[in-house]
Design a protein around this ligand. Structure first.
Ligand SMILES: Cc1cc2nc3c(=O)[nH]c(=O)nc-3n(C[C@H](O)[C@H](O)[C@H](O)COP(=O)(O)OP(=O)(O)OC[C@H]3O[C@@H](n4cnc5c(N)ncnc54)[C@H](O)[C@@H]3O)c2cc1C
Length: 402
């Protein structure tokens, strides 16, 4: 009987693709991330190469021009990209959620219209739930969509939309029935098209504006924006899943997508933690105090040990959640646990590595300084750690009801 020491051994295809992405990260992302981060500039040349490598179509079926790979393989790729720079995985992440929504809930016409251009990265996607006054409490959103002459008129302001300016299509959650009780039953997801890179849209996209990007602590390069809808008319055929089947289904559709999104954020946590560990391993063997490399002081060695142990555990949890989803089994609990543990692992490892770097960790000359600003995002995006604990607790009680 063949025995493997790896519970989640990679297939030959997974090995080939992750090695290819790792090489791309080492050669193109790591040497350039500092520049784009410091300038807060969109990494256009890197994104162009990602298009050539097919990285925008990893999970999109081959019939639409994508690679048709599973969530596990996607998570491996995201870990590698995030090891380079989490802003790069952020550019892919919202696109992945948009393509998931189309693949799972879209009509044939919607898939035919968007997926081929999304597979190449020619058209990039964003998704938008959050608002200035509602993040965790999604049912409290105020953006409304009212049927007027065969179209839905959308009004309201969205907040924190990753890729909000450069995306050409945004999956927007709005209330079609503000009186629905419970509120989630009155929510609908719209496929809102606009001109990529344009702040004030005109013509067919009139009423869809993108204010200047929000200035952030980290996660630079990729823009986070508000979206202002003021009488924007979204054709009825752009209700996700079609008007008949899709109206009132938006909340359920978005929550489903966020479940796979959690595996994706977990993979980002593993990637940033892995990089922090690599930097700590190198620096601690170079830097000497009291006559020997700091790695030989037990206090530092223990930090390295704790980091490596957590990275390993986070990776295994992420892979388990992804594999369960790929096997068509329930993974809501596992995805929540993986997201919680891996994002906290990202923060933990980055802080340990920062401490190991001493004063130099505080200098912009050292990569760990960027990681220190980037890691906290993962504690918030796609459900804060507090919300993950609520999800985990609720699912646990559902599964173990007495
Ligand atoms: C850089 C960045 C990019 C983002 N990208 C996107 C995007 O592309 N699309 C999108 O839709 N959103 C996006 N978001 C928004 C993100 O999903 C929200 O910020 C997040 O869900 C938290 O919502 P909030 O900021 O409104 O915090 P709040 O919901 O106001 O929470 C504030 C605090 O209260 C805690 N809290 C809330 N409710 C409870 C409770 N019931 N019990 C215990 N504690 C609770 C939270 O955990 C948090 O600590 C992004 C955010 C950031 C920072």
């Amino acid at each position: 009987m063949a025995v493997t020491t790896e519970p989640f051994a990679k297939t030959d295809e997974q090995k080939a693709i992750t090695e290819m992405v790792r090489q791309f990260v080492d050669e193109q992302i790591l040497p350039n991330a500092e520049h784009y981060d410091h300038e807060d500039e969109f990494p256009e040349p890197i994104v162009e190469q990602m298009k050539e490598l097919g990285l925008f179509g990893v999970t999109i079926p081959e019939e639409y021009g994508g690679m048709g790979l599973d969530l596990s393989t996607y998570a491996m790729i995201v870990e590698e990209l995030s090891r380079g720079w989490i802003s790069i995985s952020g550019i892919v992440n919202t696109h992945f959620i948009g393509s998931y929504l189309l693949m799972k809930f879209g009509t044939d016409e919607q898939r035919d219209r968007y997926l081929p251009r999304m597979a190449t990265g020619e058209l990039r996607a964003a998704f938008s739930l959050s608002e200035p006054e509602a993040g965790s409490d999604v049912q409290a959103i105020k953006t409304s969509a009212r049927k007027v002459d065969g179209a839905y008129e959308i009004n309201g302001t969205k907040m924190w939309v990753t890729n909000g300016l450069l995306a050409g299509v945004v999956f927007v959650l709005a209330k079609t029935d503000p009186k629905a009780d419970p509120p989630y039953k009155g929510m609908t997801c719209f496929i809102a098209e606009k001109e990529p890179g344009v702040s004030e849209n005109t013509g067919d996209y009139e009423g869809f504006d993108v204010p200047p990007k929000i200035k952030k602590l980290g996660y630079k390069g990729v823009e986070s924006t508000e979206l202002v809808f003021d009488g924007y008319r979204c054709p009825a055929e752009n209700v996700l899943g079609g008007e008949e089947a899709g109206v009132g289904q938006g909340f359920i559709q978005m929550m489903d997508a966020l479940e796979v999104g959690r595996v994706n954020v977990a993979a980002r946590g593993v990637g940033i933690a892995q990089r922090a560990l690599e930097l700590a391993l190198r620096y601690s063997q170079e830097r000497k105090t009291f006559g020997k490399p700091i790695a030989q002081h037990q206090a530092i060695e223990f930090k390295l040990a704790d980091m490596a142990t957590q990275v390993e555990a986070a990776r295994l949890m992420t892979m388990r959640a992804a594999r369960l989803k790929d096997a068509g089994e329930r993974s809501d609990l596992e995805a929540g646990m993986a997201k919680l543990f891996a994002s906290e692992t990202g923060r933990f490892c980055v802080e340990q590595s920062f401490r190991i770097h001493g004063g130099y960790g505080y200098s912009k000359e050292y990569e760990i300084e960027r990681l220190y600003r980037d890691a906290p995002l993962l504690l918030i995006g796609e459900g804060t750690s507090e919300i993950q604990r609520m999800v985990i607790g609720r699912k646990l009680l559902q599964r173990h009801k007495i």
